[in-house]
Design a protein around this ligand. Structure first.
Ligand code: ATP
Length: 360
């Protein structure tokens, strides 16, 4: 890996409040690195410090081998796109995109040719003379991106760039930005609280909670090998069953859930099971031996969520492709198996369980 940005032991305090605590990660050159975490986890603060809009309390940042901490915003050569980074209302698209170039006093001809290049890149050639009020939200964000790219930054910082847009525009823009990124190969840092967006776009994901890093990994690593209960619950949905460890399994109600070989007998544990790892069958068969009743079936188009109450009264949610839904209906008696559980001992920082319950 060739790192473009290196963040080392970054801490930011606002008075007594620690917004970012000892954060260390590297962003690979030419790739998208996502900073993912819930609201208030410190993602934007990290980005703002990298941009030079906020000063770190301690720690250091390097870009392309140069220490950034003492450089001005302009000297850092970063481009930004923020969720609500309003375009200049009195300037048309062309003038907005040219803004950074005119500040740098580039010649009119150079500005014109660079703006033409960018209009083509963001596919807004036909909109060059429009004003921001005459554009859709998605088009405005594309102008904002073109404006950020115009001065050829070394690094692109994207803070919830699609946050204010509706779901289908977000999906289109995501696909588009992926293609654009492949074409330009610019190192990008993307702040998002949307795990799907992070997993889809990023090469590497930095997961933050309460200002601290929980895990850094590829999308597949953070999804399949979550390092902490927080990551298991935050990245992808999960059922959480609590119990005591006995012989490498978690005894939760009447279930014995495998995957606790690393924990000692008698200790408390939480087992995280993805909805698609809850196997549902009509008759008891290989492994599927837990009796359950169907409470609710929610059809999501090509999959369905099946809410189940297990024999011992605990509830879980299964997700099945609709061609495997077996005509399940409320109150049907079924058998389930809980596969691929990720088992963790309770956190030792005193956080309550309910903080960590996964959203299903
Ligand atoms: P969101 O997704 O909601 O933007 P975030 O993960 O980007 O959240 P930050 O904006 O980095 O979080 O904020 C982290 C914490 O620092 C929050 O608790 C926030 O209230 C606090 N914070 C941010 N800026 C300031 C400031 N200027 N003064 C005091 N506290 C601040």
């Amino acid at each position: 890996m060739k790192p473009m940005i290196v963040v080392e032991n970054l801490t930011k305090k606002f008075g007594d409040f620690v917004a970012v605590e000892d954060v260390t990660f590297a962003a690979e050159e030419g790739k998208i690195t996502a900073l993912l975490g819930p609201s208030g986890s410190g993602k934007s603060t990290v980005l703002r410090i990298i941009a030079g809009l906020e000063e770190a309390t301690s720690g250091r940042i390097e870009a392309a081998g140069t220490e950034l901490t003492r450089l001005t915003v302009q000297e850092r050569r970063v481009g930004f796109v923020f969720q609500h980074y309003a375009l200049f209302r009195h300037m048309n698209v062309r003038e907005n995109i040219a803004f950074g170039l005119s500040v740098r006093k580039e010649s009119k001809a150079a500005q014109r040719s660079r703006v033409d290049e960018l209009l083509q890149l963001v596919r807004l050639e036909a909109f060059a003379d429009r004003y921001p009020s005459q554009l859709s939200g998605g088009q405005r964000q594309r102008v904002a991106l073109a404006r950020a790219l115009a001065p050829k930054p070394r690094v692109l910082l994207l803070d919830e760039p699609f946050g204010a847009l509706d779901a289908s525009v977000r999906r289109d823009l995501r696909l588009w930005i992926q293609e654009l990124h492949e074409e330009l190969g610019i190192t990008s840092l993307l702040v998002t609280h949307d795990q799907e967006e992070a997993l889809e776009l990023a090469h590497s994901v930095v997961i933050l909670d309460h200002g601290r890093i929980e895990q850094v990994g590829t999308p597949s690593e953070v999804y399949n090998q979550p390092a902490t209960p927080f990551v298991a619950g935050f990245v992808g949905a999960a059922n959480v069953l609590e119990g005591l460890v006995i012989g490498g399994r978690v005894q939760s109600g009447d279930q014995l859930i495998t995957g606790a070989g690393h924990l000692s007998d008698g200790s408390q544990a939480s087992a995280y099971i993805r909805p698609h790892d809850v196997l549902v069958v009509r008759g008891s068969s290989n492994g599927a031996s837990i009796q359950a009743t169907v409470d609710r079936v929610v059809d999501l188009g090509w999959t369905s969520k099946v809410h189940l109450t297990l024999y011992d009264g605990q509830t879980v949610i299964a997700e099945l492709p609709n061609d495997q839904i077996l005509g399940l209906a409320v109150q049907d008696a079924v058998f389930v198996d809980l596969k691929n559980a990720k088992v963790f001992s309770p956190p030792d920082d005193g956080k309550s369980r309910s903080d960590e319950l996964a959203v299903l």
